[in-house]
Design a protein around this ligand. Structure first.
Ligand SMILES: Nc1nc2c(ncn2[C@@H]2O[C@H](COP(=O)(O)OP(=O)(O)OP(=O)(O)O)[C@@H](O)[C@H]2O)c(=O)[nH]1
Ligand SMILES: [Mg+2]
Length: 205
């Protein structure tokens, strides 16, 4: 079954975020790790702009996701600007504390923070910092290892290294190219949404 997706708004200013409504899933991670590609893969639609140029997404882009036949959005996706890329202009790096930290700490409908890390590279300090920050905020969080299609036979070893380096119990391996992990991740997203709102309709009906 296909979900309906629609871009809602793009904002760099906490006062202009859409009013909290459906449970929200935040996509976080270093520039170029595959945040926008992951959103597109989940909804089978090229709705979020992807690019080979790191730092392309510079505001929080909100998308609504609606199951067929439902009157209101079931879930919102928030595509956040990437961090940790040296060539991202200072102005953007400085925005992190001013609007991303408040978003992560105060957004009432934030149901799950997906922390994306590249499955092909060892744990990075900036990723560990984000994971630690989210642990402190006590927001529900899940690490997703992206671009798993490129890792080949080293995947398990790579996931173990990430789990250890980031000090987390669970990592979902994902490939926007092959769809690996898509079913598992949707299940975890739905469960996170349901913790806020009660039961969501089945996607496989
Ligand atoms: N092989 C492979 N390439 C991927 C995958 N996901 C993303 N990419 C590629 O990685 C690059 C960056 O992807 P984006 O989705 O734009 O990354 P982003 O995290 O949104 O980047 P910023 O918005 O700049 O922070 C693009 O060239 C994608 O095609 C994947 O699962 N497999
Ligand atoms: Mg992006």
């Amino acid at each position: 079954m296909k979900v309906f997706t629609r871009f809602i708004t793009s904002s760099a200013d906490a006062s202009k975020f859409p009013p909290p409504s459906a449970p929200e899933i935040a996509f976080l991670g270093r520039s170029n790790v595959g945040k926008s590609s992951l959103i597109n893969s989940l909804v089978s639609n090229k709705i979020a702009k992807t690019s080979n140029t790191p730092g392309r997404t510079q505001t929080i882009n909100f998308f609504e996701v609606r199951w067929p036949g439902r009157p209101h959005p079931d879930i919102l996706f928030a595509d956040l600007p990437g961090y940790g890329y040296a060539r991202v202009p200072n102005a953007i790096r400085e925005q992190w504390p001013s609007f991303i930290n408040p978003y992560l700490t105060t957004r009432s409908t934030l149901a799950l923070c997906l922390c994306l890390v590249d499955a092909n590279i060892p744990p990075q300090k900036s990723d560990a910092q984000l994971v630690d920050f989210l642990k402190q905020t006590q927001r529900p969080m899940l690490v997703v290892a992206t671009k798993a299609d490129r890792v080949g036979t080293r995947l398990q070893a790579s996931l173990n290294a990430l789990r250890q380096g980031l000090q987390v119990d669970q990592i979902v391996a994902y490939s926007a190219k092959t769809g690996l992990g898509k079913e598992d991740l949707w299940k975890l997203i739905r469960e996170a949404g349901e913790r806020l709102t009660g039961e969501l309709p089945s996607l496989t009906e």
